[in-house]
Design a protein around this ligand. Structure first.
Ligand code: GLV
Ligand code: MN
Ligand code: MN
Length: 578
């Protein structure tokens, strides 16, 4: 392997020969990006190489596709594959085809090359012989252009896997690059929005899967869309330590909320595997499909499925466009009936740990790159619908109005007033709408959300009771009615004392911090759901830009990501040595 730093500094010709195996017998791809050096990350190099292929002529693209050998084809039999191809084909079990499978593969290969005029190209990592045959049969149904685009996409994936085996880079650089890469998959053209089961969300899941395959994990996607990568232990039996976080985002999100806790363990595991480490237990890295609750107003769907607490009646919930959760799952090829079988068996679990950006200013102010989470705040969330009376903005006298928005405005202030001044208590109205409202119409209908959280459950409950009494008083005084629909109520969850100790020890060893900072989490996390099933602990990573989060300015530095990665590696290795 060679470092990216070295590759950036090589003479042009050596740069091209170093990358010779990445695009099958096609050195021109590397030649075209020489002048774009230095590359900031391996992913940046990969994107630039793929862009060079994308902007090549049609003949060049076809030549690149044709440079690939058939899978288990004549070149494989003659032993004439490039070392990269030979390893990959063997990895998918193609070297061990039964006579029947071999005959079927030959037959489909022939039909394919007759139809398209080039060999069938597939990134076989993560495939079995059966799934290769299935993909081949399915792609035979493509039109010529669709298939050429598919082949080029697969060549890009092959290149990514090969680059991961060839190049090293600092962990922090890699982690930030992976988070930035995932942020490209968004519902908005500007900014990052990736809500549950949208096409951006599915594309992000496919990228996470490729990241996991690159890191050498066995990957599966469960019935709610959790992407699960397993790194089997040396003599573990079933004992599994689970880590991970969510890949869905809020609207106009930052790039690290959730995603950091997926890509950081992946970068660490890739490095440990490369160094020949085998853990004595299985490590499972979960990219939770849904945590934020944006689309269906139902948070934690991913972790609820894994803990066997997914409420099946939730399948009838609808999003803002009237699509039910059941329908959205089915449209994405998931089987809602299989959700209960996604649950983990608690008897096999060693614990759950989550790495997450702090999303607040505490570590920043303390000058600490990482910290140990002590507890996760409990919360109550719900929606208030106020019904007043609409009317003409010009003709109804002020004293005769039943204005739903004016009532809502008073409620917003009541939430703010009641939740100010109690340490650890916060209250937010994050959604406020006048459905069907117009400038010249008195609002007859208003919908607002209320989110109250506290580290102490008594403080949260007392605030909620008093706020609802205020909602009642305000409504009566203004002659409007209201309905309250609770969306979520969670108790505050302490992190395991033992895991807090382990995180603190790892911070001291790996980051040289004698007295690690301990802090509570005001944000909710999948970890609080996982805590219902197994021992739970969390590591926070410093949040830049004043600690802003749920905002595009959310930031983590590569240096802090590097420290957190070393802490995480130490945590795994010391856990293994216990
Ligand atoms: C999740 O980000 C939450 O705390 O709302
Ligand atoms: Mn969030
Ligand atoms: Mn989060």
């Amino acid at each position: 392997m060679i470092s990216l730093e070295k590759l950036n500094a090589l003479p042009a010709q050596q740069f091209v020969t170093t990358l010779a195996g990445v695009f099958e017998s096609s050195p021109w791809v590397a030649e075209r990006v020489v002048s774009a050096r230095p590359f900031a990350s391996v992913l940046h190099l990969h994107e630039t190489l793929c862009a060079a292929v994308g902007s090549a002529t049609l003949d060049e693209q076809l030549a690149l596709i044709r440079a690939h050998p058939e899978l288990a084809g004549r070149a494989a039999i003659r032993g004439a594959l490039t070392p990269e191809s030979a390893r990959e084909q063997e990895g998918a079990g193609l070297a061990a085809c039964s006579p029947l499978e071999f005959a079927r593969l030959q037959e489909l290969n022939t039909e394919y090359s007759q139809k398209f005029g080039f060999p069938f190209v597939l990134a076989v990592k993560g495939h079995t012989r059966a799934s290769v045959l299935e993909a081949l049969a399915q792609r035979l149904g493509h039109g010529p252009e669709e298939e050429r685009a598919t082949a080029l996409r697969e060549i890009g994936r092959i290149a990514r896997f090969r680059l991961a085996e060839l190049l090293t880079e600092p962990l922090g650089v890699r982690i930030i690059a992976m988070a930035r890469h995932l942020a490209r998959f968004s519902e908005d053209s500007e900014g990052l929005t990736c809500s549950y089961l949208t096409s951006a969300h599915r594309a992000a899941a496919a990228e996470v899967r490729d990241f996991m395959l690159s890191a050498g994990l066995e990957v599966s996607i469960d019935a709610v869309g959790n992407v699960v990568g397993r790194w089997g232990g040396a003599d573990s039996g079933e004992a599994t330590l689970v880590t991970g976080s969510h890949y869905d985002t809020v609207v106009n999100a930052g790039q690290f909320d959730g995603r950091l806790g997926i890509v950081l363990p992946l970068a660490v595991v890739a490095d440990l595997r490369r160094a020949g480490v085998r853990l004595p237990f299985t490590l499972s890295i979960v990219a939770f499909a849904e945590e934020e609750g944006v689309r269906f107003k139902l948070p934690f769907l991913g972790s609820r499925a894994l803990t066997g607490t997914f409420d099946i009646t939730a399948l009838d919930s609808v999003d803002g466009g009237g699509t039910s959760l059941r329908q959205a799952l089915t449209d994405c090829g998931h089987d809602p009936a299989a959700i209960p079988s996604a649950a983990l068996d608690p008897r096999t679990l060693l614990g759950f740990v989550e790495v997450h950006i702090e999303q607040g200013p505490v570590l920043l102010a303390a000058g600490m790159p990482v910290g140990v989470v002590t507890s996760i705040a409990g919360s109550i969330r719900g929606v208030v619908t106020i019904i007043g009376s609409s009317g003409h903005a010009g003709t109804v006298p002020m004293g005769a109005r039943r204005d739903a928005a004016a009532a809502a405005a008073e409620i917003v202030l009541a939430v703010e007033r009641r939740c100010s001044g109690t340490p650890g208590l916060v209250g937010t109205v994050g959604e406020l709408q006048v459905p069907g409202g117009a400038m010249n119409v008195i609002p007859g209908h208003c919908v607002l959300s209320i989110d109250i959280r506290a580290d102490r459950d008594e403080a949260r409950k007392a605030a909620f009771v008093e706020i609802m009494a205020e909602v009642e008083r305000i409504s009566a005084a203004r002659g409007v009615t209201f309905e309250w629909r609770k969306v979520l109520e969670t108790a505050s969850v302490p992190c395991s004392a033992r895991l807090q100790r382990r995180w603190a020890e790892s911070i001291t060893r790996a980051a040289g911090i004698a007295e690690p900072r301990h802090l509570p989490s005001g944000a909710g996390h999948d970890a609080m759901v996982m805590a219902g099933m197994t021992e739970m602990g969390m590591l926070f990573v410093r949040c830049g830009n004043g600690g802003i989060s749920h905002h595009p300015a959310e930031s983590v530095t590569a240096e802090d990501a590097d420290v957190a990665a070393r802490v995480f590696a130490d945590f795994l290795l010391s856990y293994a040595a216990r």
